[in-house]
Structure formats: structure tokens, C-alpha cells
Design a binder for this molecule. Structure first.
Ligand SMILES: Nc1ncnc2c1ncn2[C@@H]1O[C@H](COP(=O)(O)OP(=O)(O)OP(=O)(O)O)[C@@H](O)[C@H]1O
Length: 897
């Protein structure tokens, strides 16, 4: 989602002043002045949201709806467009996706109320919400399996930085103080839908976060002291110390974020958990290039299909899937939590029956965290409340399943999650769940507005009103027969509409039978029908309407009561929702481990990286799907200390032999292991990796005006400057985008630097065979290569990693496989032979005759005359044009002649 397009030009807009405006237009302009300039204003008028002036022009274009005019203001017609309220969500969604924000101006009173103040008075309206990409809660505006984060980046005058973020749909509220070199990695991990920055940082951040809507805020909004005050007020504490130790920059970022959330929710602020400060270094830092090239959450082309997460995700709930994404975005650095998560997966792998019952129960649990947020924001309906109760009920049943299981007690992480979903330990919540389940019908409506969701038997008063309403309706239905008998018009019908209420309708030819006769009162004559009312129908109408209204009001009251109780227990509900997601993720990873023969990694504080029979889950899946044979597992052994194994391995081998796959699979295994998940390998031992760098696959970074080579060098520079001894570095063919000698020298120097200065674990794939000599000179540098062999003149890749360097590169054979014309392949072989036979390649090239024996056969190409002839449409030519064309063709033929 990119918002830069609309929002850039939105800030420069102006709206007319209210001088001489009609009362309604004056009210519109007043609301318009209150709404942020970068938002469109939806102005509620009955069943429509109307947009005026520049808002209307932009919305009509973005939504492809009619732009009309309505009255005049200061002598100019007012542009207008509108969207129906009942369908507003769909339009909102399109506008948000197109990068707009929308301020919603609602009617705050019944039009009848306004009339009481005088016939000219305008219905009171107020902005109740500003819909922005980062503050959505509605299911149909959100991706169920993806978190929706809003971030705020504070940069203080002394250079200190912090990032704060919230997930309004889940209530999460966190911050982290950032060293400058961690900014890019943190932003990439967060991947916010919207990010708030000070005006002057907006440009830079929109480059760093190309997928996020960047909202510029005044620098004054990032003030640590007012942030501190705002937070204390909001969370009703004297000091924030009990929540953690926040840096000034964190207070500035959290404060700005809270201010914006309050602004956008217009006085009904999102229910947020108390802020949590995340320690810098608590997660493995993954640089943005690595995140993209490893295709963790989505592929380079942007789809989830084909990504790591898509290959391993076996979760059965959306919150479980979001938790998986969160774990992969921030693999942990804390050994005890990694081990606890792995214990949970191991438990579910062993306890197959329990795993199945957990998964079956969770499938019914839905998305309680998002339902709770909607309810707390006053946007939730009966369906949300019931879904939430059902989720909590399933949690309770899970406790029952576990207590009946003959297995030994579950590991800590599972036991804690079970405790968090135990209703037995929470009597208030248990009572509430029971009440919601009782009060609601089996399939309640989405919205609370029209009632009809409270179960018969729950509230006697409600039943009474409904009975009154239904009895009256039955009497009305009975009256049709009575009136037909009385009037002798068998075809007489009792009908209902909003203008007349209940009425009698007869055809024009039967009207005389009722006209002027008691109790019938003539009301309307239409072309084919005549309508009558009776006092009795009028009375029943009033009774039904008032009983119906009172019944709906009572249902709303019941709903509000349940909602208030849920809100009061929101902390417990949120913990339970999180625990259900934990159970989903652990059991899902066990499910995947069983299917994909993944194993439990050993993660410790050593510096080794020992993967035996490792696989790339995505490539393996693709091979299986296309029946392209089996994935060849490969072993990788590194040791940061340079003792047990090499610290840096040079990986050589032909193109297409599997070098990039080998590099990537090892990086992915490190991420999975520290995320607390099983890994696709025979066995794995991983000493904690604090930073993962990867430069695999060249890509232009046109947004930043960088060529492929420049982008590659910037990323390589970042690695050489930042990688510490705990880092894992994956480098693929650096130096390729420049001349051979330049490239080779850069690659050479990079290997030496990584080996001697960074002293980190590294895999370095290269086409420069000269580099493999470095293994003899550097004490902790080794060679591995991917096997290939020639068989009956064809190249066969074995995809097998073996010790030692590759003997040659086979590039020309790969080109042949790719379909390079035969003549070009022959020519390439010829050139290669010369180059390989000579020590000085430049002179070898100079010797090569420009048109050698292997000169390519000219390929038959259509002549210019033929091309021209093909482009002619004979039926479309006038005789004169045809004549001229004939001459033109003749000239062409003579020229090429
Ligand atoms: N271990 C493996 N087992 C089976 N097939 C593999 C394996 N590794 C790679 N392949 C197959 O080979 C293809 C090419 O792999 P990869 O891109 O890793 O080669 P490469 O050596 O990096 O090539 P280049 O040097 O051209 O970038 C993959 O798409 C996959 O189909």
C-alpha cells in the first residue's frame, strides 16, 4: 500500500471560507476545518455519506463514481459525490487502499430532534473517527493473517532515536530505543501499515518504508515531556516506571503515537495494553536486504505464495498465523524463551492426539483479539461477542482435554498457555462467557442496530415486548379476512409501507365496496388500486411499532451490559487470546515438522553453525509439486572461533548448481531455529546469531536511484562495517556487476575483511575461481563446491555440496541449456578456449578475429518490404492511398535490392 501519491498533494488544498454559506454548508466547512487536510471528509446525510468540493473531485476519481453538483457557494457550483451508508465499508476500503485517509462526520442526533429547534436548524454532526491504514479494526479492511501495525519514529535533537508501535486491532503497544545502525532492520521487522514521523523526516522514511503510508506530524508532537504526561494520564499512573524503563526518545515516540490514536478515534481511544519497552538486541537483527532476498513473508514479487511462511504455515487460526509472522520477523536472542518454544513444539509432535484436539478446537475459536478490540471501540456487534465467548469456551475445553490425557504434564510454555485460557481460574470471566452464550442466538447478526440477536428466554421483558409485537402482527393478518368478509371483496389485502403504515388495498373496480363505509377511511387512489385505513389498523400499527422499538432498545441495553463486562475483563481476554495463538503456533509447527521431517535444533551460546542434511523448504516444495525430482540435502559446518570448522566457506560451482539455494537455506534455518521452530534438516546446532546479513541476488534499487552494482556495494559496505563475531553473513557473487578485475579485487578484499576483521560466520558464493586460493592462505577459510558432471555431452547437476573448490564453471553449458542460439554457444566456447589457454586474457581477446570460422549463420529475418506488407489493412485504404503505397513499396524494394 502506498499513500504517497494522494497525500503529497492533499496538504496543499484549500476549501472556501464559510462567508455566505447555507447553514448546512457552513456546518460542513466547519467540520472540514477540523478534519486533517490529508483526509477526505465523509459527511453523513441520512442514508448517504456525501463529499463536497475537492474531496468530491478526488473521491469520485478514485472510486470511479459520478461527480455531480449541488447548489452554489459564493457564486460557484459545489462539486459533490456520495456513497450509500450501507455499503460505505467497501468504498472506505478502496479509498484506504488507494492511499487516502477518511474522516467520518456522523449525525449526532435524530433529524426529528433538530426540527424541534426550528425548521431551518441543521442536524448536529461531529467527526467520530479518522480512518487511516494503521488504525483499522474491521475484518473486511484487514488481512486476517497479517498484523496491522502503526509506528512512530522519534528522532531527538541530540540524535537519540526510538520507534514505538501499536496494533489497534489487538491492543499491542510497544517501543524500542534504537542505535542509528539498527533503524533499517527494525523498520523492516515492523513493516508498519502506517508510520508517523516528524515533517522533516517524511521523505527519508518513505524511502526506507516503501510499503507504508507515511504520515507527517509536527515536530512538537514528538516531545518527551508531553509524551510522558500523556502516557501517565492515559494509563492512570503516577510514574511509568512500573511499565519499564523508557528512554526520552521512546517517550516521544509513544506520546506522539498515542496522540494520533486519540485524534483518529475521536475521543473513543483504542484499548491498548500498557506500553512495553523492548530491549535493543532482544531479537536477531535481519537487515532489510536479507529480509527481502530470503523471501520470508513474501516473495520478491510481493506474493505470500512461494515465501517461507507460506511453505511452513500450518496454523488453523488467523492469530496463530500472525504470531508465526511475528516470530519470523524477530527471531529471539534469549535462549530460555527459544528453548521453551521448542519444548512446546516437541510436546505436540510427541502428543499427536492432543495436537489434533487442540487444532480441531482452535478452528472454532476465530479471532478473539480483533473481536475484543472492535467491541472495546464500540464497533463490535453480537457476532463478535459470541465469537469471543466461543473462543474462551474452547480454551476451557482444551484444559479438559489435557487433564484427561494420560501423558505426563506439558512443558512450561504449554502449561502457561493452558492456565491463561482456564475459565475455572477466572470465575467472572466464566460467568460472562456463560451469559453471552446463553443470551445470544446461534447465528447472531453482525450489527447490533436492528436487534434480533437475544435468545428467547434470556430476558422476560424482551419476550413480553416481542410477544406484543408478534401478537399484534397476527391480529393484523387476521384482520385481512375479517375486512374481506365485511366488504365482500375477497381479493382485499392488508399491506404495509413506511408512509401509510398498515393499510387495506383493493383494486379500483372493488373500491366502491369500501368507499364511505365504516370503518374504512379512504387514504389514496392510485392508477389500479385504492387504499384505505381503519382506526383499528392504526392502533395496532402504533402498538407494533412501539413494542418493536422498545424491544430493540432493550436488546441494545442487554448488549451494552455484556460489552461493558467484557471490556472490564479485557486484560484477561487478551491474555487468553494470545495463549490460544501460542497453542496454535506450537501445534502447527509440530504438524509441519511431522509432514516435512523437520527436527529440533540445538540452540546454544557457542559460535558454531552445524547443519547436517539441511533443506530449503520452499525449493523442496516446488520440486515436489512439479515432480522435478527430490531435493538433495546438504551439510554446512561453520565455527565462528575457527576451530572445529572454517569460519568462512567459499562456495563455488556451476551456475544453476544450487549455490544460492544452499546459502539461503542455511540463513532460513538460523531464523527458524531462533524463532523457536523446528528446522528442515537432519540435525542442527546453532550458536546464537545476533545479526543476519544476506546479499543474495542482485536487484536495482531504483527508488533510491541506485544501480544494481551501487546497491550491491552499499549492502556489502553495511555488512563489512556492521557484522560482529556473532553475525551470520551470506554473500552471493559480489562484484559481478563490474569489470572482471574490479569485481575480483572487491570480492577478494571482502573475504579477507570478513575473515580477519569481522570474524563472523560466513558463506561466500563466487564465480571467481581465483578466490578459492584464499583457503590456503587464510587459517579459518575453507572451500566447498556444488557437484556437477558431464554425461553424454550434457551437464548434470547433482546439487550436492562437497569439500574443495569446483574445477570449472560450466557457464557456457548452462547458457546452452537456457536456449542461447547454437552459433552463439559455439562462439562462446571458442572465446573461452582462448581465454583459458592464455595467461593474459586481454591479449587473447585482441587475437580473436572479429569474424572467426564460427561466424554465426545469419538468421532469416523478414525484409522491410515484407514488414510493410504485413502492416497493411487493404480494406482500409482509399484508391489513392493504395496507389501511393505501391510506389513506396517499389522504392523500398529497389533500395534493398
Ligand atoms: N539441493 C538441491 N536439490 C535439488 N535441487 C536443487 C538444489 N539446490 C538447487 N536446486 C535446483 O537448482 C535450481 C538453481 O539453484 P540456484 O539458484 O541455487 O543455483 P545457483 O548455483 O545459485 O545458480 P546461479 O549461479 O546461476 O545463481 C533451483 O531452482 C532448484 O530447482
Amino acid at each position: 500500500m502506498s499513500t504517497s501519491a494522494p497525500s503529497d498533494s492533499m496538504m496543499d488544498r484549500t476549501f472556501p471560507d464559510p462567508e455566505g454559506a447555507t447553514p448546512m454548508m457552513a456546518q460542513f466547512l466547519d467540520l472540514r476545518a477540523q478534519a486533517p487536510m490529508d483526509a477526505l471528509l465523509f459527511y453523513r446525510m441520512g442514508d448517504f455519506y456525501e463529499l463536497f468540493f475537492d474531496d468530491a473531485v478526488r473521491a469520485a476519481e478514485a472510486l470511479d463514481i459520478a461527480l455531480t453538483k449541488r447548489g452554489e457557494h459564493q457564486g460557484e457550483k459545489i462539486a459533490m459525490c456520495g456513497v450509500p451508508v450501507h455499503n460505505a465499508q467497501a468504498y472506505l476500503s478502496r479509498l484506504i487502499k488507494a492511499g487516502f485517509k477518511v474522516a467520518v462526520g456522523e449525525q449526532m442526533e435524530d433529524p426529528a430532534e433538530a426540527k424541534k429547534r426550528g425548521s431551518k436548524s441543521v442536524v448536529r454532526r461531529a467527526i467520530t473517527r479518522i480512518v487511516t491504514p494503521g488504525t483499522l479494526t474491521e475484518d473486511d479492511l484487514l488481512d486476517a493473517r497479517q498484523a496491522n501495525r502503526i509506528g512512530a519514529l522519534a528522532r531527538l535533537a541530540n540524535g537519540d532515536m526510538a520507534l514505538a508501535w501499536a496494533d489497534v486491532s489487538e491492543g499491542l503497544f510497544q517501543s524500542i530505543a534504537l542505535p542509528a545502525d539498527a533503524l533499517e532492520a527494525e523498520l523492516a521487522a515492523l513493516n508498519p501499515a502506517e508510520i508517523l514521523v516528524a515533517d522533516e523526516d517524511a521523505k527519508t522514511v518513505s524511502i526506507l518504508c516503501p510499503g507504508s503510508a507515511v504520515t507527517a506530524r509536527a515536530r512538537a508532537k514528538f516531545d518527551p515531556a508531553s509524551g510522558d504526561r500523556r502516557l501517565r494520564q492515559r494509563f492512570e499512573v503516577q510514574t511509568l516506571e512500573s511499565f519499564g524503563d523508557f528512554s526520552k526518545a521512546e517517550l516521544a515516540a509513544l506520546g506522539c503515537l498515542l496522540d494520533y490514536l486519540e485524534l483518529t478515534q475521536a475521543g473513543a481511544p483504542a484499548k491498548l495494553s500498557a506500553p512495553v519497552s523492548i530491549a535493543a538486541g532482544a531479537a536477531m537483527a535481519i537487515d532489510p536486504a536479507a529480509r527481502v532476498s530470503l523471501e520470508i513473508e513474501r516473495t520478491m514479487s510481493g506474493s505470500r505464495k512461494g515465501s517461507l511462511i507460506d511453505a511452513i504455515d500450518e496454523t488453523v487460526t488467523a492469530p496463530g498465523a500472525r504470531l508465526l509472522a511475528e516470530r519470523l520477523a524477530r527471531p529471539a536472542m534469549d535462549l530460555s524463551s527459544i528453548h521453551a518454544r521448542l519444548d512446546a513444539v516437541q510436546f505436540f509432535l510427541d502428543a499427536r492426539n492432543l495436537r489434533e484436539s487442540v487444532r480441531a478446537r482452535l478452528k472454532r475459536a476465530g479471532d478473539p483479539a480483533r473481536a475484543l478490540s472492535r467491541l472495546c471501540l464500540g464497533r463490535g456487534g453480537p457476532r463478535d461477542a459470541l465469537q469471543l465467548a466461543r473462543a474462551l469456551r474452547e480454551g476451557e475445553r482444551l484444559n479438559g482435554d489435557f487433564s484427561q490425557s494420560p501423558l505426563s504434564s506439558p512443558p512450561d510454555a504449554v502449561a502457561r498457555a493452558l492456565e491463561a485460557v482456564s475459565l475455572a481460574a477466572r470465575p467472572d470471566l466464566a460467568a460472562l462467557v456463560q451469559d453471552v452464550e446463553w443470551a445470544m442466538i446461534e447465528e447472531p447478526p453482525l450489527l447490533v442496530r436492528d436487534g434480533g440477536f437475544v435468545q428467547t428466554g434470556w430476558a422476560p421483558d424482551l419476550d413480553e415486548l416481542r410477544k406484543l409485537r408478534d401478537d399484534s402482527r397476527r391480529i393484523v393478518a387476521g384482520l385481512q379476512k375479517t375486512y374481506a368478509d365485511e366488504s365482500g371483496v375477497a381479493a382485499l389485502k392488508v399491506k404495509h409501507n413506511n408512509v401509510l403504515g398498515y393499510f387495506i388495498e383493493v383494486s379500483a373496480k372493488n373500491a366502491d365496496a369500501l368507499m364511505g363505509r365504516e370503518p374504512f377511511i379512504h387514504r389514496q387512489t392510485l392508477a389500479n388500486a385504492v387504499r384505505f385505513s381503519t382506526p383499528e389498523l392504526g392502533e395496532l400499527e402504533a402498538k407494533i411499532a412501539s413494542a418493536g422499538d422498545r424491544a430493540v432498545a432493550l436488546e441494545l441495553e442487554i448488549f451494552e451490559g455484556l460489552r461493558d463486562r467484557l471490556e472490564a475483563l479485557s486484560g484477561q481476554v487478551r491474555d487468553a487470546a494470545r495463549a490460544l495463538a501460542e497453542l496454535d503456533l506450537a501445534s502447527a509447527n509440530a504438524q509441519w515438522a511431522e509432514r516435512a521431517a523437520a527436527t529440533r535444533p540445538v540452540v546454544d551460546d557457542s559460535c558454531v553453525f552445524e547443519i547436517e542434511a539441511g533443506r530449503h523448504p520452499v525449493v523442496e516444495n516446488a520440486l515436489r509439486r512439479n515432480s522435478d525430482g527430490r531435493f538433495t540435502p546438504n551439510t554446512c559446518a561453520l565455527d565462528g572461533a575457527g576451530k572445529a570448522h572454517a569460519r568462512l566457506l567459499l562456495v563455488t560451482g556451476p551456475n544453476m548448481a544450487g549455490k544460492s539455494t544452499f546459502l539461503r537455506q542455511n540463513a532460513l534455518i538460523a531464523i527458524l531455529a531462533q524463532a523457536g521452530l523446528f528446522v528442515p534438516a537432519g540435525s542442527a546446532r546453532i550458536g546464537l546469531v545476533d545479526r543476519l546479513f544476506s546479499r543474495v541476488g542482485a536487484a536495482d534499487d531504483l527508488a533510491r536511484g541506485r544501480s544494481t552494482f551501487m546497491a550491491e556495494m552499499i549492502e556489502t559496505a553495511a555488512i563489512l562495517n556492521q557484522a560482529g563475531p556473532r553475525a551470520l553473513v551470506i554473500l552471493d557473487e559480489i562484484g559481478r556487476g563490474t569489470s572482471t578485475y574490479d569485481g575480483l579485487s572487491i570480492a577478494w578484499a571482502a573475504v579477507e575483511h570478513l575473515h580477519g576483521v569481522n570474524r563472523c560466520r560466513a558463506l561466500f558464493a563466487t564465480h571467481y575461481h581465483e578466490l578459492t586460493r584464499l583457503a590456503d592462505e587464510l587459517e579459518a577459510c575453507g572451500n566447498v563446491s556444488l557437484k556437477a558432471k558431464e554425461w553424454k555431452g550434457e551437464l548434470v547437476f547433482l546439487h550436492e555440496v562437497q569439500p574443495g573448490p569446483a574445477d570449472r564453471s560450466y557457464g557456457v553449458e548452462v547458457a546452452k541449456r537456457a536456449g542461447l542460439p547454437r552459433a552463439a554457444v559455439a562462439r562462446a566456447k571458442e572465446i573461452l578456449k582462448r581465454l583459458e589457454s592464455d595467461d593474459a586474457p586481454a591479449s587473447a581477446l585482441a587475437d580473436l578475429p572479429l569474424f572467426s570460422a564460427a561466424a554465426p549463420e545469419p538468421e532469416a529475418r523478414p525484409s522491410e518490404v515484407e514488414d510493410r506488407l504485413r502492416s497493411i489493412d487493404p480494406d482500409g485504404l482509399t484508391p489513392r492511398e493504395a496507389h501511393e503505397l505501391l510506389y513506396a513499396l517499389k522504392t523500398l524494394a529497389d533500395k534493398s535490392g
